[in-house]
Design a protein around this ligand. Structure first.
Ligand SMILES: NC(=O)c1ccc[n+]([C@@H]2O[C@H](COP(=O)([O-])OP(=O)(O)OC[C@H]3O[C@@H](n4cnc5c(N)ncnc54)[C@H](OP(=O)(O)O)[C@@H]3O)[C@@H](O)[C@H]2O)c1
Length: 296
């Protein structure tokens, strides 16, 4: 009888010990979660495709005008001289990681390294994109010039890549959420283009680029629906930066009026204001640089 009671008591004790151990584990996880939110004043932002153009300017303005930490990713960090220059000025607040959107293992590695160093993300900007590559990809002016390889390459870089980045950063964004200030949600901002709009397509042409951006739009909208259904504190938006003076637009700027060709400084300033004002009800919307919505 004594033995039986003793056995029951010791089982109770070990059950209680296990329960309190579990409770302690949960509390420790919460503590480390909230400490990471407090630790990174101004939040943690990731800019994917940050070696040149609009992505590089996002990194610059986030560092120069704001307080948070920035993770800049690019295909070839050792050759990204402008990013390295920023690193020498903002050594503590800027991390540079290697990421090629066509190689999923580099995305996974980046997510792992961000998780270890920061534990969460408050903003993800997907800025990478291709329109033309000499001898490889040219925006098609007629169906006759459409090649399977061009369609697939544009689709891989412009649509598939950014979505895989969101897939791997999702847990970090969920943990990051908003900044606790005017922004109540983490933001995913995908750089799209007005030419990706089907409703707004009056000129035709540029089959690969247009279709890849339309695919990016649909995938982003789809993810926004899933995040909302799961009540994740993340808002996904699509941004058209205007026609911006970068390597991407340079070969096609001839017919663009001077006042319609933006500097990266101007465009990114406008886009950052849309990002910082984004609320949960903006989830799944497609905005132009001036804050106006673009039809699908
Ligand atoms: N400029 C415009 O007028 C305009 C208009 C509408 C939309 N957009 C969109 O805005 C975004 C930025 O364009 P941008 O004008 O800044 O272009 P950009 O100056 O040509 O820069 C493109 C960026 O994408 C990166 N990239 C290309 N392939 C990549 C890959 N496989 N993995 C990772 N990164 C890759 C490039 O990195 P590397 O240095 O390694 O090549 C570079 O950092 C693009 O999505 C573009 O479609 C631009």
């Amino acid at each position: 009888m004594y033995k039986l009671r003793h056995l029951c008591l010791s089982q109770q004790c070990s059950f209680m010990a296990m329960t309190s151990l579990r409770l302690m584990r949960v509390m420790t996880q919460r503590a480390s979660f909230s400490s990471s939110a407090v630790k990174w004043e101004g939040g943690v932002s990731m800019v994917q495709g940050a070696s040149r153009g609009i992505g590089l300017e996002f990194v610059k303005q986030l560092l120069e005008k704001e307080k948070g930490h920035v993770i800049a990713t690019c295909r070839n960090p050792s050759g990204a001289t402008s990013l390295l220059h920023l690193k020498s000025k903002f050594a503590e607040r800027l991390s540079i990681l290697q990421l090629d959107v066509t190689n999923e293992s580099t995305i996974e590695e980046s997510a792992k390294s961000i998780s270890e160093k920061y534990g969460s993300l408050n903003l993800l900007i997907n800025a990478s994109g291709i329109l033309s590559i000499p001898q490889v990809l040219q925006p098609e002016t007629t169906l006759r010039k459409v090649e399977k390889s061009s369609l697939l390459l544009a689709y891989e870089v412009n649509a598939v890549g950014p979505i895989l980045v969101i897939k791997h950063m999702w847990p970090l964004l969920k943990d990051g959420g908003g900044l606790g200030t005017e922004r109540d949600v983490a933001v995913v901002a995908n750089l799209s283009a007005r030419v990706g709009s089907i409703g707004d397509n009056r000129l035709g042409g540029w089959h690969s680029y247009r279709a890849s951006k339309s695919a990016l739009n649909q995938l982003t909208k789809n993810i926004s629906v899933e995040f909302a259904r799961r009540k994740d504190p993340i808002t996904c938006i699509l941004l058209h930066p205007g026609t911006v003076d970068t390597d991407l637009s340079r070969p096609f700027q001839r017919n663009v009026p001077e006042d319609k060709l933006f500097t990266t400084e101007f465009s990114v300033q406008k886009l950052l204001s849309i990002i910082h004002n984004a609320k949960s009800h903006d989830n799944g919307k497609f905005f132009a640089w001036d804050g106006r919505e673009i039809p699908w």
